[in-house]
Design a protein around this ligand. Structure first.
Ligand code: HEC
Length: 161
């Protein structure tokens, strides 16, 4: 081969290796992002702000974790609200918040003082806003799957799919 002919395969090789490296880097970067925060919300900025105010006002975080924040001093064993919209829909959440006795919907083994209080007395539009916002709280599929598998293993003592 002449000198000029050699440079073409060499350039091609450099290009291919470069592209492979770049792709690998991109893939690693996206899985790294994915594994850092498994929760997200698809609510509008307005709904997030309004519901955020209600959640502060009614102190939901004195028992629940939301956006990984909670009242560490009380440590009530309430379920986390992060990702709750992947498990419950808006209608269910609205009915639950509107129930005079939420334990009829979700039974509780906790002491009365730690159980989910009834919010049936709140104005309907506040219950709707809360339900809509809670329904917007999503968890990424891989995290839900990992959590379910881990929970199933913990409950059954067997390895789960
Ligand atoms: C006194 C502690 C306490 C407070 C305050 C509280 N919760 Fe709860 N919540 C619980 C507990 C505990 C449960 C689990 C059911 C039970 O044990 O009654 C629960 C369950 C829930 C569930 C159902 C979770 C699931 O797994 O389906 C939702 C949704 C919820 N709460 C939302 C809220 C919202 C919104 C607020 C604020 C307006 C709030 N909670 C305030 C303790 C609390």
């Amino acid at each position: 081969m002449k000198r000029g002919e050699k440079t073409i395969p060499i350039l091609t090789l450099v290009l291919v290796v470069g592209l492979m490296g770049w792709n690998f880097h991109r893939q690693r970067e996206s899985t790294a992002n994915d594994s850092s925060i498994p929760f997200y919300s698809n609510a509008s900025a307005e709904l997030s702000r309004e519901a955020g105010e209600l959640i502060r006002k009614y102190e939901c975080r004195s028992c629940h974790t939301l956006w990984t924040l909670r009242d560490m001093l009380r440590a009530v064993p309430a379920p986390a609200l992060d990702g709750i919209g992947s498990l419950r829909d808006r209608e269910w959440l609205f009915a639950y918040l509107s129930a005079p006795n939420p334990q009829e919907i979700l039974p509780s083994r906790l002491k009365k003082e730690f159980q989910m209080p009834s919010y049936a007395g709140l104005p309907e539009d506040e219950r709707r806003r809360l339900a809509e916002y809670l329904a917007s709280l999503q968890v990424k599929d891989w995290y839900l799957k990992e959590t379910r598998t881990a929970e199933c293993s913990a409950l059954t003592g067997e390895s789960c799919p």
